[in-house]
Design a protein around this ligand. Sequence first.
Ligand code: ADP
Ligand code: MG
Length: 255
Amino acid sequence: MAGVSDDSGVVVDRVGKTYDGDGDPVRALDDVSFSVEGGEFVCLVGPSGCGKTTLFRVIAGLADATDGEVRLDGTPVTGPTTDMGVVFQEYHLFPWLTVEENVGFGLERSDRSADERAARVDEMLDLVGLGEFRGSYPKSLSGGMKQRVAIARALAVDPDLLLMDEPFGAVDAQTREMLQRELLDVWASTGKTVLFVTHDVAEAVTLADRIVVMAAEPGRVREVVDVDVDRPRERGDPAFGERVARVRELIGARP
Ligand code: ADP
Ligand code: MG
């Protein structure tokens, strides 16, 4: 990856992953390389089975690569770290904890004082607009609210990178568009680096500075598309439609 600055952001460097599987081994990722600069918003799109979740897990340090490596701010990722906040499609909230306890969970292990932790939780609840639900339990929340809690929890420890795997896949279309706008506000106000996995092309074009388009069998990078369209982006705008068509064409193209 000549010419790519290694000291801020994420570098995925020739990553391969083979699953042993029951019968034949599955080559889930093959020679995947790209980078995400500090403060950039990058989406990863591709058809089902192209290795998006596998790559997400490797970047998050939740799975080992078979080949290559991932570096965060220049340091190889060897396991989960508080430098990354991770948001999954399923909310993964603790049902026995309140909203504020869920948001504060990762802070328990930090060296902040109780007052500092409480202030940080307040700040995060404000950021996602859930202050008045601080004492509620997850079961009483809508899907969109649960995902806001998950985002607040991921951001609470102030990670350099927010890593999200189809985080809005389980909510209705209207809530999804609201969450997309909110996430862009959070990104703009915090300056975080975001790597966002989705199979929804319009979602990727709404959110991303650049889109890494993947292809399947084996999972690999087909092309990286620049989304040089001003924000806020309108779906009816011809430039928006052109980028969507381009990415769809890449996904549908034969190997
Ligand atoms: P995506 O998230 O893009 O849908 P995945 O990363 O989930 O793709 O899967 C990529 C490929 O790896 C698929 O062929 C899938 O069947 C295979 N795969 C994923 N997880 C495992 C696993 N734990 N063991 C064996 N094969 C797996
Ligand atoms: Mg997946």
